[in-house]
Design a protein around this ligand. Structure first.
Ligand SMILES: Nc1nc2c(ncn2[C@@H]2O[C@H](COP(=O)(O)OP(=O)(O)OP(=O)(O)O)[C@@H](O)[C@H]2O)c(=O)[nH]1
Ligand SMILES: [Mg+2]
Length: 468
């Protein structure tokens, strides 16, 4: 699909019926094609319409009226794709959307591939690769943090950083290039310190960015909440209550849940993965043992373990700590369920939360406690979010390669300075340095724009939806 320049069209809004749908068309023949089926209320030709302004008109097929629409046109290069582009705002019924799309195709447009509008935008220099990827991240962002990282990079935070790096590398290159063509007698004029100082600052800058990404790779992390306890204590009842749906089977038969079940859960904009598990008990039954083994496995990946008891005396936490051979205090929230059955007030530890999952008592306290406990981790993420600009693993790997190459350059220079056979190694060094700088620049280019690898481009843009 890469780099065709014919005229493409697609429905840009989500599939289905809505009040309004948007149909996009972009490319050389865009205005020509639309003028065959759009008739402006002002009786003006498409090319006479003011750009970036809404115009009311009618879509017709051989004099048959299909819809009354709004239309907005963008003349190249001032459009999302950088080409002539038109957006048609029609009524959002299936019939109208399909009819207009077919009309545009019959008049010479081609149905766009997923991400093809964005690919053209990238190809025409309207957005760089980082911004294209951020656009994709923006669509996937399900919580506040993922959204803020994506939107920051969409407006170019990471791209600005990369540009600064590129400028520094161009400067370094200029310092070397002067000496590449010179005779040996001029070489002693080369200012090693000037070169080294710039290089060291550059290395520090990249290192810091990489470390922020590496040490806080919590971004887009989903917090795992695992419900654990003896059989029949009400794990599945609480699981369903938190999810607000009957996802897990509840019964008074001990051992109802035999395999863990997990679902997404949002609490105040934060995404969690909540897991209901098989009750922990002594058993010789092979199937039950397998289920319990899986319970232990899920506990390993838990950010928080919600331990549910239906009696104070339950020694389940001791059992878990014995199994894992570590204290779980920091990860545990203790919940005493079935408080509705209590005849007299029980004395529980202050931190334990008393609830009745069946009668929906005490749920708020659980949510509050989860938020409280996740706060520390979340603060870490918020810090991270402020500083981090690297938007994915691919770019992290590329930037790491830039860093390693620059470190190699630094080593080459320091070796040269300490080398006693000064002049002969100097000539060799300049050539090597120039080569290494080119290599660093190549990896930097891979992040933003100068990508020759079609596979990478396809991989990125294929993930977009049609019409984007
Ligand atoms: N009275 C009362 N009964 C409850 C409460 N919560 C759950 N139950 C009942 O306790 C029984 C067991 O509930 P489940 O949610 O299936 O328990 P579980 O911990 O998932 O059990 P297993 O899947 O066997 O490990 C059911 O009959 C529930 O209706 C509660 O707050 N009060
Ligand atoms: Mg259960």
């Amino acid at each position: 699909m890469i780099f065709k320049n014919d005229t493409i069209t697609a429905i840009a809004t989500t599939t289905g019926v809505g009040a309004i749908a948007i149909i996009r068309i972009s490319g050389k023949l865009c205005f020509k094609i639309v003028s065959r089926c759009f008739f402006s209320k002002e009786n003006k030709k498409i090319t006479e319409l003011k750009t970036k302004t809404m115009h009311i008109g009618f879509i017709k097929q051989n004099h048959n009226l299909i819809d009354k629409v709004f239309l907005c046109l963008f003349k190249q290069p001032f459009s999302y794709t950088g080409e002539d582009l038109i957006e048609i705002y029609c009524h959002g019924t299936f019939y109208i959307q399909k009819k207009i799309l077919k009309l545009l195709i019959d008049n010479g447009a081609r149905l766009a591939n997923p991400g093809e509008f964005s690919l053209r935008s990238f190809k025409n220099g309207k957005i760089d690769l980082v911004q294209a990827e951020s656009l994709l991240e923006l669509f996937k962002a399900e919580d506040e943090l993922a959204h803020s990282l994506a939107i920051n990079n969409l407006i170019g935070k990471f791209s600005i950083f990369l540009n600064e790096i590129r400028k520094d590398m161009i400067y370094l290159n200029s310092l070397i290039n002067v000496y590449l063509d010179f005779d040996e007698e001029y070489l002693s004029e080369f200012n090693y310190n000037k070169f080294l100082n710039t290089l060291v600052v550059l290395i520090k800058k990249i290192k810091r960015t990489i470390i922020v990404f590496k040490t806080n790779n919590l971004f887009k992390k989903v917090y795992y909440l695992v419900l654990v306890g003896r059989p029949n204590v009400g794990k599945s009842t609480l699981f369903n209550l938190l999810l607000k749906k009957e996802r897990s089977i509840v019964s008074n038969i001990s051992g109802t849940t035999i395999n863990y079940i997990e679902e997404d859960l949002f609490i105040k904009g934060i995404k969690y993965r909540i897991v209901d598990t098989a009750g922990i008990k002594k058993t010789n039954n092979k199937l039950d043992r397998k289920g319990i083994h899986k319970t232990y496995e899920t506990i390993k990946s838990a950010d928080l373990i919600l331990v549910i008891k239906d009696k104070i005396r339950d020694k389940i936490i001791d059992k878990l700590e014995k199994y894992f051979k570590i204290s779980l205090t920091k990860k545990i929230i203790i919940i005493i369920n079935k408080c509705d059955l209590l005849k007299k007030k029980i004395i529980s530890k202050k931190k334990d939360i008393l609830i009745s999952a069946k009668y929906r008592i005490g749920l708020e306290r659980i949510l509050e406690r989860i938020l409280e406990r996740i706060k520390t981790k979340r603060n870490k993420r918020l810090n991270y979010n402020k500083d981090n600009i690297i938007n994915n693993m691919r770019n992290y790997e590329c930037l790491k390669k830039v860093l390693l190459t620059l470190i190699k350059i630094k080593k080459t220079i320091t070796n040269t300075i300490t080398n006693t056979n000064y002049l002969t190694t100097e000539i060799l060094s300049f050539e090597i340095l120039s080569f290494l700088l080119k290599e660093a620049n190549y990896y930097l280019g891979k992040i933003t724009k100068i990508v020759s690898n079609e596979e990478i481009l396809n991989k990125i843009f294929d993930n977009f939806c049609i019409g984007k």
